[in-house]
Design a protein around this ligand. Sequence first.
Ligand code: AMP
Ligand code: ZN
Length: 469
Amino acid sequence: MPLRFFNTLTRAVEGFTPREPGLVRLYTCGPTVYNFAHIGNFRAYIFEDLLQRHLEYRGLRVLRVMNLTDVDDKTIRGSRAAGLPLAEFTKPFKDAFFEDLDALRIKRADHFPAATEPQHISRMVEMISALVDKGHAYRAEDGSVYFRVRSFPRYGCLAHYNLDELRDGVRVSNDEYDKENAGDFALWKAWSGQDGDVAWDSPWGRGRPGWHIECSAMATGILGDEIDIHCGGEDNIFPHHEAEIAQSECVTGRTFVRLWMHCRHLQVEGSKMAKSAGNFFTLRDLLEKGWTGREVRYALISVKYREPLNFTFDGLSAARSALQRLDEWSVRLAETAAGAQPDSVSNELAAFGEALDDDLNISAALAALFETVRATNRKMDEGALSAPQAAGLLAELSKIQTVLAFGPDGAAVPSTVNALLERRAAARAAKDWKLSDVLRDEILAAGWTVKDTKDGQKLAPGPHAVATT
Ligand code: AMP
Ligand code: ZN
């Protein structure tokens, strides 16, 4: 069965193929760096990580952008409260975000553009100018620029709202009194005293971009006018992503995004996460309590992204046991395989990938995996699993670990092995296959297996720990 995903735009599960064969252009809304990201944010980023890894598992290349919102009301407020320049205030939160991504084994995007980078600010100004020229935007008296939602009849298409409902439903805030229509949103915000020294020059006077145009500019600037998939949490649907569609399509005249995917919000111990409720957790809070990144990853990934997920400490304990079970299984398989080669291509775990093809049905995928664990453990109890069969299962496990990234927290790679790896990469670049093989054997003798994948050399502890495909 082909890949198929639920599209928020059409509210239907649709078959998916990227526009350019073999290459998926993926944009994912990233963190606002005024604080440490919380585990709700990480549900969104882990769902996107699963999506990327599964697309890659199916042989597609993913070109991914995740933006960092480093200028908006919250970052400006935070920097003023801390008495720091904006860039100095956001820097530690950017750094912390990358540490958290690593702890949760979330693959790095190809690009992490930050809104304040000059080339992106320039593109925002260019896009706003184009919108003003085409009559889709207007400058208000104070120098702010608003998008005219009436000029884009499809406005509301993503959230499935109609414009008249919207006009009645949206409150006008005090500082936006000169909008033509209550639903119009800011593309450019004129400088106000609260902004301190955070301002850029523009044809409309000094000011700063609105949040929505930041994403449109960074998305189209890096990935082009037509993107395959755009993701975020469900709160991003309206107005953020709705606004992105309107702005981008009015500038480019093209379909901005074909597939919109959104994850449901994370609840904690049955209710919305809030500092006042005492159930607000960053990843750091959980690590301090003795949980590991991979346990948190398991807990956040193991419920399908469109289902509600209630994060509990019982859930974390269950994640710990499930991972232990997998670790034990793989050790047992390695003992049973005893260095044997798989004699045929093992296909015991095909159901795992097929479940993920079906709108990332991770619950079914994990059920298939643990059913295999149960059945083959029994066979091993009975001595009925052959060494080549065990080796085949191990190879399959390491392949699905490229999607799950649930493997044990490995031992640090010794510097001698790293040096051998570097020499081997150079040998391969020079097409010296003989030397490459000699170095592979030296790495093996040092207790590590190296395999060559389309993403380069992959290292794992012990023999036969990495899939050959
Ligand atoms: P923010 O930093 O608020 O812009 O949010 C960054 C990302 O996290 C966005 O994609 C949000 O939709 C997502 N997000 C925020 N809160 C939650 C939550 N409780 N559960 C899942 N995703 C969330
Ligand atoms: Zn965004």
